[in-house]
Write a protein that binds this ligand. Structure first.
Ligand code: GLC
Ligand code: CA
Length: 549
């Protein structure tokens, strides 16, 4: 694997840093913060879509893939950013949304104007007895088909109705996509994240799903591996060292062996989300339950072992722009805020795979806890609030769910300092800042040796200095322990032992193997901790032990 010692930082530009005080973060803002990212020690930034878009889904509804949306800046500003990043040894990964386009894209507009050629760029189907073609549900709520009066047919949208699914069966569509990827490769980008890319291959027959919402028919669809191999061969595969990651929605491990397999020529690595559904009641994101720790461990462990046995590579992450903040979700964002944030970071950075840090995670940013629906901007949150109310929940009950599950939890402005709006903007931010920016911000942590920020810097530098972290095999341990997540990493003559307590309660762990020669190389508690056969762990403790034989 080529990217095993790299760390990637995800930027949601809208909320990162605003340089012209219009309340919206911009490309110039990223350029201005490159020195901070260099200080952190990351290798690549993945920037979520800044292409021309009506912003119904914050840029995941693209109207023109080869231009910068004026709210973010200009193509020249992108080139400047790219130049400055390169100077600092930071690569840029772009976020390509090819499952769908905005309905404002010229292809879709031409389709609506009756041009046959462009109707075949999308998935238009006739309904049956005044009903949509199938009963599939959109991932943002409601039926997945939208009726177009003028054409007398429906188009498929797996997401919002302003995001029309592309027809990958059509070779002309694939060709257009290759052109877009090449356009950005020519601009010197280092890699790509492909949005919900395992949904692009739709089934031959469109039929009702009587068991689910339709996803089993199009997830990891029939031609997905062919499409990815062709995309690779016709675009980024022609260059050396292009890093790619696919966002795999509800995928299976077997498919990920291929998506990211060493000799498969598809992608460098994959995101999957199974480990982040452990607090969904009956798999329903909008039904709350405390997180199931055993399930979390089982999922992490089985993916570690499965992927390494099959020479496949994982993208490791707790946070992104679609997820609530991890310290609020699995940690404790009050009494043990600092310790639990560090403990969670330890786990992700020490597993086998490439770690991704989402802006603000490195300073322990928390959930927003917005208690009024009017404060939410996300199309999915707003749709589901309605759906919950229609189901009979009271405003209070519905808000309680949204407060925990909304994607806006991860989209509030980056907290740079204790000034107005956390130093993100002097204007009115497009989404409110979290009031705790007074305490939780970069400035407070940068010179504090004990801060979460400096702990993340250490985690990153460990990866660069220990081969066992970047390349070792994972061996899960204490698989059924009720409090502890623990594993070893092994390579040749090096061994790493990672022990973490996921709870507030003190506990003990029996180390029933040879513990000779291990020394602690990092901890969120006592850095001089001696390893012992019967090891005591305090609240949210994390220890990394190392030995060389
Ligand atoms: C991905 C993106 C998400 C977006 C969706 C549709 O899951 O991460 O933000 O809404 O795809 O493009
Ligand atoms: Ca701006």
């Amino acid at each position: 694997m080529k990217f095993e010692d790299k760390v990637i930082y995800q930027i949601y530009p809208k909320s990162f840093y605003d340089t012209n005080n219009d309340g919206i973060g911009d490309l110039k803002g990223i350029t201005e913060k490159l020195d901070y990212l260099k200080f952190l020690g990351i290798d690549y930034i993945w920037i979520t879509p800044f292409f021309i878009s009506p912003q119904k889904d914050n840029g995941y509804d693209v109207a023109d893939y080869c231009n910068v949306d004026p709210i973010y800046g200009t193509l020249e500003e992108f080139e400047k950013l790219s130049f400055e990043a390169q100077k600092r040894g930071i690569g840029i990964m772009l976020d390509m949304v090819f499952n769908h386009t905005s309905t404002e894209h010229k292809w879709f507009k031409k389709a609506l104007d009756g041009e046959k050629k462009y109707q075949e760029f999308y998935i238009f189907k006739e309904g049956k007895n005044n009903e949509p073609p199938t009963n599939w549900l959109s991932k943002f709520g409601g039926n997945a088909w939208e009726y177009v009066e003028k054409l007398g047919s429906y188009y498929l949208h797996l997401f919002d109705k302003t995001q029309a699914d592309l027809n990958w069966e059509n070779p002309e569509v694939r060709n257009e996509i290759y052109k877009i990827v090449k356009f950005w490769l020519d601009k010197g980008v280092s890699g790509f994240r492909f949005d919900v890319v395992n949904l692009i291959s739709k089934p031959e027959k469109f039929e009702n799903d009587y068991e689910g919402d339709g996803r089993r028919f199009y997830t990891d669809g029939p031609k997905i591996h062919q499409y990815l191999k062709e995309l690779n061969k016709n675009t980024f595969g022609q260059k050396d060292n292009i890093i790619t990651v696919g966002e795999m929605s509800s995928t299976s491990m077997e498919n990920c062996f291929k998506y990211s397999g060493k000799n498969e020529n598809e992608l460098s690595m994959v995101f999957n989300f199974h480990h982040l559904k452990i607090d969904y009641k009956n798999k329903d994101k909008w039904a709350l339950q405390p997180f199931n720790f055993q399930e979390l461990k089982d999922i992490l462990n089985s993916w570690q072992v499965g992927m390494q046995e099959n020479n496949a590579w994982l993208a490791l992450f707790w946070c992104n722009h679609d997820q609530p903040r991890i310290v609020s979700r699995l940690g404790n964002d009050k009494k043990y805020w600092k310790k639990s944030a560090k403990m969670l970071g330890t786990v992700m950075h020490m597993l086998r795979g490439t770690p991704y840090i989402y802006q603000g995670e490195e300073i322990g940013m928390t959930n927003a806890y917005f208690d009024d629906i009017s404060k939410y901007k996300d199309v999915e949150s707003i749709n589901y609030y309605r759906i919950l109310i229609d189901k009979g929940l009271s405003n209070e009950e519905a808000i309680k769910v949204i407060m925990e599950r909304s994607r806006d939890n991860g989209r509030t402005p980056m907290q740079w300092n204790d000034q107005i709006n956390g130093g993100f903007s002097k204007g009115t931010p497009w989404i409110e800042s979290i009031k705790n920016y007074k305490e939780i911000n970069v400035q407070n942590q940068i010179n504090d040796e004990d801060s979460i920020l400096n702990y993340y810097r250490k985690l990153i530098s460990l990866r660069k200095n220990y081969k066992v972290i970047s390349q070792g095999k994972t061996v899960p341990l204490a698989e059924n322990d009720k409090n502890i997540y623990m594993f070893k990493r092994k390579i040749e003559n090096e061994e790493l032992l990672v022990i973490t307590n996921f709870y507030e309660k003190e506990c003990y762990i029996k180390l029933d193997f040879d513990i000779e020669d291990y020394t602690c190389i990092l901890s969120n508690d006592d850095k001089n901790k001696k390893i012992e056969k019967n090891l005591k762990l305090g609240p949210y403790d994390a220890f990394i032990f190392f030995r060389k034989k």
